[in-house]
Design a protein around this ligand. Structure first.
Ligand code: NAD
Length: 490
C-alpha cells in the first residue's frame, strides 16, 4: 500500500504534484515504509510566498507569546517520544535508545530557545554624546530554510527550528529524502500548535527542491547539515544569492589514546563512539591514534570489544549497533574496507558480508577494526560513515597531534589520558571545533554552539544556543536624540 508523504504548506497538509518520488525502505528489515515526493519548484515557491506573508505578522507577536508555542511543542514531543523514536529507528536503522537520545537533544533545544526573551536582548548606551542615546536591537531575519541530512532525522532540524520560531522568523524544513518520515510526525505535532499558517512549513524533496529554495529571493537564510561536498555547494550558491548561510559538513574524527589512559574505560566508551549509530554520526570517532606503549593493550582490548558488539535490528532488545542507511551504503563501506587492505592495513576484525538472522534483507555492516592504517592513505582521510575504526600509531603526543591536525575536517578530536598537562596541550593545539577529554562523543549540549571547523563547517555562526539566535536575527542600531525643548511643544 502506498504511503506517500505530504507537504505541510500554509497550515495545510498537501499532496505534492511531483512526478517523481523515492521509496523509503527500513534499512533494518528491508521493508518498504513510505514514498517521498520530490516536490516541484512551484511548491517551494508557494511555501516561500506563504512564509513571506506570515512573517509580517509573526515578527510582531511578542517574544513571550511566541515561546508559548514552543512550550506546547515540547510537551507534545514528550508525550509522543515513543512514536517519534520508533520512526527514527525504522527509517534510519539506529537503535531505539539512540533514537530516544537524539530526540532528547531536540527537546533540549526547544527548552533553550524558550529563553529567547532574554537571549534576544540587545544592548544600549545612554549619553554617547550629550543628550544622545544608542541602542542595538535584534530583529528576526525573515523567511529561512533548513536542509537536513539522513542520520538524525528527529534531532537535526531542532538545532535551528526552535530558534527561528522564537526569534520571530518563519522556517521551511526540507528533510533528507532518505529519512523524511520522522519530520512528517513532528509536523503532525506542529499542526496541533495553532501557529499562524506559513510560520513553519515542510517541503519534501532532494537536490532540485534545495535549488528552488536557494533561488527564491524571499528566503533570507539557509541552515544546512550534510556531507562536505553538498555543504560547500549549498554555501557557495546561498552566498551568490545573497543569503546568510550556515552549512555543517562531513567529518573524520580522531582520538588519541595515551599510555596512561584507563584502557578498559577508554575501550568501552570508544567502542560506542565508533560503532554506535552504526558509525553514521558526524561525531563518530573513526581514527584511533595510540601513543607509545598504549598500542598493544588498546588494540587487544578494542578488538575484543569490536567482536563482542551486538549487531541487529534497532527495535530488538539489547542491540548495540543497528543497520547502515541502505544497501548502497553497505556496499560502499565494504568496498572501502577492501581499499584499506590494498593500502596495507590489517583487518583485525572483519564486518563484511554478514547478515542478521531474521532480518536478512537489512543492510548491516558489522563492526570492523583496521590496524596499521597508513596516515597518508585514502582510508585515513575519507569519511567512511560506517562502523569501521582505523588504528594508527605515534611515538609522542606531539606526533599524535600533528597527525590529528593533518586532515581536511575539523568537527571533533578527542584524547584519553590521566594527565592534565597532556589533555591541556591537546585541547589547545588540536584543530577541531569540538574537543573531548576522556569523552567519546563530544556533542555540545543545546546551550553551546555546535562548533565544527575547517571542511566540517561553512559559515560563521553555528547551530544551537546563542549562535543560532545571532544567525536568525539582524542587528539594528538606533542613535536617538530627544531635545527637551521639542518635547515641551506637545
Ligand atoms: P547529503 O549531503 O547527501 O544530504 C544532506 C542534505 O543536502 C539532504 O537534504 C539533500 O537532499 C541535500 N543535498 C545533497 N546534495 C545536494 C546538492 N548537491 N545540492 C543541494 N542539496 C543537496 O548528506 P547525508 O548523506 O544525508 O548525511 C550524511 C552526511 O552528513 C555525512 O557526511 C555526515 O558527516 C554529515 N553530517 C554532519 C553533521 C555536522 O554537524 N557537521 C551532522 C550530521 C551529519
Amino acid at each position: 500500500m502506498s504511503n506517500s508523504l505530504l507537504n505541510y504548506i500554509n497550515g495545510q497538509w498537501i499532496a505534492s504534484k511531483a512526478i517523481t518520488s523515492l521509496p523509503i525502505i527500513n534499512p533494518g528489515t528491508g521493508e518498504h515504509i513510505a514514498d517521498v515526493p520530490l516536490s516541484t519548484v512551484e511548491e517551494v515557491n508557494t511555501a516561500a510566498d506563504a512564509a513571506s506573508v506570515a512573517f509580517r505578522e509573526w515578527r510582531r507577536v511578542p517574544a513571550p507569546d511566541r515561546i508559548q508555542y514552543l512550550f506546547k511543542l515540547k510537551q507534545l514531543m514528550e508525550e509522543n517520544l515513543n512514536l517519534l523514536a520508533r520512526s527514527c529507528t525504522e527509517e534510519c536503522g539506529k537503535t531505539y535508545n539512540e533514537s530516544i537520545g537524539e530526540l532528547r537533544r531536540a527537546i533540549e533545544n526547544i527548552e533553550v530557545a524558550c529563553g529567547i526573551p532574554m537571549l534576544m536582548q540587545g544592548r544600549n548606551n545612554e549619553d554617547i554624546a550629550r543628550g544622545i542615546d544608542e541602542h542595538m536591537f535584534r530583529q528576526p531575519i525573515g523567511v529561512t530554510a533548513m536542509i537536513a541530512p539522513f542520520n538524525f532525522p528527529g534531532m537535526i532540524p531542532f538545532w535551528f527550528l526552535p530558534y527561528a520560531l522564537a526569534t520571530g522568523c518563519c522556517m521551511i524544513v526540507k528533510p533528507s529524502e532518505k529519512c523524511p518520515v520522522t519530520q512528517q510526525h513532528v509536523f503532525e505535532l506542529i499542526d496541533k500548535l495553532g501557529l499562524p499558517p506559513g510560520v513553519l512549513q515542510l517541503v519534501n524533496g532532494a537536490k532540485d527542491t534545495v535549488d528552488a529554495i536557494l533561488e527564491h529571493p524571499a528566503i533570507r537564510a539557509i541552515s544546512m547539515v550534510g556531507s562536505t561536498p553538498a555543504a560547500r555547494a549549498i554555501y557557495a550558491k546561498a552566498a551568490t544569492m545573497g543569503k546568510r548561510a550556515q552549512c555543517q559538513g562531513g567529518a573524520k574524527n580522531p582520538v588519541v589514546i595515551m599510555p596512561d589512559a584507563d584502557m578498559e574505560t577508554a575501550t568501552r566508551i570508544l567502542a560506542d563512539s565508533a560503532y554506535g549509530c552504526a558509525g553514521q554520526r558526524c561525531l563518530a570517532l573513526s581514527v584511533g591514534i595510540t601513543v607509545g606503549k598504549a598500542r598493544d593493550k588498546f588494540r587487544d582490548l578494542f578488538s575484543e570489544a569490536t567482536r563482542n558488539r551486538r549487531v541487529g535490528y534497532g527495535l530488538d532488545e539489547g542491540v548495540e549497533t543497528g543497520a547502515v542507511i541502505n544497501a548502497e551504503s553497505k556496499a560502499r563501506i565494504e568496498k572501502l574496507i577492501g581499499v584499506a587492505e590494498a593500502e596495507g592495513a590489517i583487518v583485525v576484525v572483519d564486518g563484511r558480508g554478514k547478515t542478521v538472522s531474521g532480518h536478512e534483507k537489512g543492510s548491516y555492516v558489522f563492526p570492523t577494526l583496521l590496524d596499521n592504517v597508513p596516515p597518508q592513505g585514502e582510508i585515513a582521510r575519507t569519511e567512511i560513515f560506517g562502523p569501521v575504526f582505523s588504528l594508527m600509531h605515534a611515538d609522542t603526543l606531539e606526533d599524535a597531534i600533528a597527525m590529528v591536525n593533518d586532515r581536511a575536517y575539523g568537527n571533533m578530536a578527542c584524547i584519553f589520558t590521566a594527565s592534565g598537562a597532556a589533555a591541556r596541550q591537546f585541547r589547545t593545539e588540536a584543530h577541531a571545533g569540538n574537543i573531548g577529554v576522556n569523552i567519546g562523543v563530544a556533542a555540545p549540549m543545546a546551550f553551546f554552539p555546535f562548533s565544527g571547523w575547517a571542511d566540517s563547517f561553512f559559515g560563521d555562526l553555528h547551530g544551537q544556543a546563542e549562535h543560532a539566535v545571532e544567525f536568525f536575527t539582524e542587528t539594528k542600531v538606533v542613535v536617538e536624540r530627544w531635545p527637551r525643548e521639542w518635547s515641551r511643544k506637545f
